[in-house]
Design a protein around this ligand. Structure first.
Ligand code: NAD
Ligand code: MG
Length: 301
């Protein structure tokens, strides 16, 4: 089920990613978060060529949105590097259990926790469950998020603005605050922002604003925590084939999703996961306050 070559049309002779983007049939999901298991084709979240080398051995990592998409791929790569995982998600039971099963088959350890990160009390619950289960926290990946398109500022209701901010940045503030007392020298915080903030995309004003706040949060917190040798960085994905897309875009816009960048295709989640490994591990011991862009060349950071 999870063999990456099963999920996409095989390339024929002479075709490359550059000349042959994966075709995404029109599809739409009415509810966010979207369900990865309903997507056609399924996103590719693992790379059999990626072999771990113990970079995160016995580290405990909390990954929000770890059930699906980018978070799932990060979870798989972290597990290959020896990390023990806490995957936080909203309500996507099937996606979360599929991720857990896959990682357990690799020999990894996973604790699943579902709930609403907009609720500040949920953060203390996550921290308590993590510490009860594994005894410590070393890495926090703040990756959960939602996006809603709107043509005009006047089409964004006050409730939607509030919802996007609560989901994307308040959640990060609440959870980071709850986790921080447990972090030590060498710990790493990684926040998922977005290329849309750098491109200033006009039909995602509330989302772009929330992702801009994440950049500010990352930079200020990095400065603040540097004396403790706790590093804080962000990753800014370009277009990636995840459940966020069919759950937020019109069905007719899906076939061309990601096709306008220099590489003329969307990324697959496994193509961003190693950056999170780098930022989580000691390989990036002198890297803090940075935003790493992974977008097929669409934005040059
Ligand atoms: P995804 O839908 O697979 O993951 C988002 C996750 O956020 C969901 O799995 C969901 O469980 C979680 N979530 C949302 N609201 C929540 C809440 N209130 N409480 C708990 N969990 C909640 O999609 P993805 O694309 O992998 O998204 C991961 C991150 O990447 C998001 O922050 C998104 O904004 C960002 N991003 C994605 C793209 C892209 O093209 N896919 C581009 C730029 C940035
Ligand atoms: Mg999900």
């Amino acid at each position: 089920m999870f063999n990456k070559f099963d999920t996409i049309r095989p390339y024929t002779k002479g075709e490359t990613c550059r000349t042959f983007p994966v075709y995404y049939p029109p599809q739409h999901q009415d509810i966010q978060p979207g369900m990865e298991y309903l997507m056609k084709p399924l996103p590719v979240f693992d790379d059999s060529n990626y072999k771990g080398s113990g970079k995160l051995k016995d580290k405990v990592a909390i990954i929000t949105g770890g059930d699906s998409g980018i978070g799932r791929a990060v979870a798989v790569f972290f597990a290959k590097e020896g990390a023990k995982l806490v995957l936080v998600y909203y309500n996507e039971e099937r996606d979360a259990n599929d991720t857990k099963d896959y990682i357990e088959r690799l020999g990894g350890e996973v604790l699943l926790i579902h709930g609403d990160l907009k609720n500040k009390d949920f953060s203390s619950f996550i921290v308590n469950e993590t510490v009860n289960c594994y005894g410590k926290i070393d890495i926090l990946v703040n990756n959960a998020g939602v996006q809603y398109f709107a043509d005009n500022l006047t089409d964004i209701s006050n409730e939607q603005f509030d919802y996007t901010m609560k989901s994307n940045i308040y959640s990060m503030f609440y959870l980071t605050k709850a986790v921080l007392p447990y972090l030590k020298s060498g710990s790493s915080i990684i926040n998922t922002t977005s290329i849309t903030t750098y491109n200033g995309e006009g039909d995602l004003i509330d989302y772009v604003t929330s992702k801009g706040a994440i950049v500010g949060f990352t930079r200020a917190l990095a400065t603040n925590l540097a004396p403790k040798n706790i590093r804080v960085n962000a990753v800014a994905p370009g277009p990636f084939w995840t459940a966020l897309q069919p759950a937020s875009r019109k069905a007719k816009d899906i076939p061309t999703f990601g096709s306008t960048g220099p590489m003329k295709r969307a990324g697959q989640p496994y193509e961003i996961a190693a950056i999170y490994v780098y930022l989580a591990s000691n390989d990036s011991s002198y890297t803090t306050g940075q935003v790493i862009h992974v977008n097929g060349g669409e934005y040059k950071g």
